[in-house]
Design a protein around this ligand. Structure first.
Ligand SMILES: [Zn+2]
Length: 429
């Protein structure tokens, strides 16, 4: 294994230092380190963060390898600065048994670009009727700790309570896609003035908030951990703030697209902007940024959702919901949180690495940049700006909502346990 000397980088945006990476770990951090024989990475002006961790990635394998594979999604993740991603369970077959989660975990190991951490389904086949084999998935080689029916809500409150009770036994967490299905039948976009004007069926904020309110009460009653996926409304942030003030064991994530885009995008009728939960209003975006800044929202989760062209480039009503996210997540956070002064680099490390790693109970990720720690690192050129070109993405799909948009920040290098997965902004393999 090679030794790397990263010269003149700014850990967490602080004073410049050298970082010596040896045997997969950070061997030293200091001024003018000398390491004979080490490969030198000139990093003056770059910022070093712990490798990013995503709680919410759709890798589509097994089942829809035409949209993404574990390998192509892993490469997209590495290029986005990630060293670990949680792979959602809504594959085909669904990841609801030890066998399927172990298959996904093994594919991730083979790709070797990020740690692929399988999420287990809460219910058999995401059907919302019977609990899946949660214990068997937890005990498997994949050591599943996060369980989610994402794409679907665990709508039955009795089943949700049982799932919370079950995962508590092994310190797992239920990650809820909060959507009361009785309130979103046929929904196409955020319910408000615009949906009325555009003649599209609305997805009300209340449909999300009602489930979050119910679930924080259940989590409090059971004493188990609840995680709320892709929070999208101001009211949800208020409920989470209230729940945390009561000591409920709840965490939450927000997507990059909900931090940047609004339902105004739907006026184009371009289905690339169709997503679930939908893009909301300016006031919601402001509340989400404030919630992420003050820590009410713990993490950024990409909800990276690749779709094949035929599933996305159609009439709005027929298009699948979902957007790519891995490769631009950090750029969007820089644009919406860092440049406006709402989050410093330590804050970015906290929301995109430390807290998501803690929520997923991952060892070796979200660690300080300090001697002895695993060398999971990303080096970022925060000043660089570039226009997003979907054709240049590593993802197998092209449904980026940022196409043609100029965004700040470029991932220059990513290290996974001391091995570069990205160098000079390009994937190593
Ligand atoms: Zn979801």
């Amino acid at each position: 294994m090679s030794t790397y000397l990263i010269k003149g980088v700014r850990p967490l945006g602080g004073e410049p230092a050298d970082i010596l990476v040896e045997d997969g770990r950070i061997a030293a951090v200091g001024d003018s380190l000398d390491a004979t024989g080490a490969e030198v990475v000139e990093a003056a002006g770059l910022i070093a963060l712990p490798g990013l961790v995503d709680l919410h990635t759709h890798l589509r394998e097994p089942g829809r390898e035409d949209a993404e594979t574990v390998e192509t999604g892993s490469r997209a993740a590495a290029l986005g600065g990630f060293t670990a991603v949680h792979a959602m369970a809504n594959t085909d077959p669904v990841a609801d048994t030890a066998g399927v989660v172990e298959q996904v975990w093994r594919l991730g190991q083979e790709a070797g670009l990020v740690d692929v951490v399988p999420v287990g389904a809460v219910t058999v086949g995401l059907g919302g009727e019977r609990l899946a084999e949660l214990g068997a998935m937890a005990d498997s080689a994949a050591r599943v700790r996060v369980f989610s029916d994402d794409g679907h809500c665990v709508a039955d409150p009795a089943l949700m309570r049982r799932a919370l009770e079950y995962v508590k036994a092994f310190d797992g967490v239920v990650a809820q896609h909060a959507e009361e299905p009785r309130l979103t039948a046929g929904a196409q976009m955020h319910e408000g003035d615009r949906s009325a004007r555009l003649g599209l069926t609305g997805w009300s904020a209340a449909a999300e908030e009602a489930i979050i309110a119910r679930d924080v009460l259940l989590a409090e009653h059971v004493g188990a951990r609840l995680h709320v996926c892709h929070v999208s409304t101001a009211g949800s942030v208020e409920i989470l703030r209230w729940a945390k003030s009561r000591g409920v064991r709840v965490t939450a994530e927000v997507t990059p697209h909900h931090l940047l885009l609004t339902d105004a995008c739907a006026e184009s009728y371009d289905p690339v902007f169709k997503v679930n939960p939908p893009l909301r209003t300016d006031a919601d975006v402001e509340a989400l940024r404030a919630g992420l800044a003050d820590g009410t929202i713990d993490a950024v989760g990409t909800d990276h959702a690749p779709h094949a062209v035929e599933d996305k480039e159609s009439e709005w009503a027929q298009a699948r919901p979902g957007m790519l996210g891995l490769e631009q997540a950090l750029s969007v956070v820089i644009e919406t949180m860092v440049e406006p002064g709402r989050l410093d680099w330590a804050g970015v490390a906290d929301r995109m690495s430390v807290r998501p790693a803690a929520i997923g109970r991952l060892d070796g990720h979200g660690r300080p940049i300090a001697p002895g720690e695993p060398a999971n690192l990303v080096l970022v050129d925060a000043a660089a700006r570039a226009v997003v070109d979907p054709a240049a993405l590593a993802s197998r799909s092209r449904n980026s909502p940022y196409a043609g948009r100029e965004l700040p920040g470029r991932v220059v290098a990513t290290f996974l346990r001391g091995t570069p997965t990205v160098l000079d902004g390009k994937a190593v393999k």
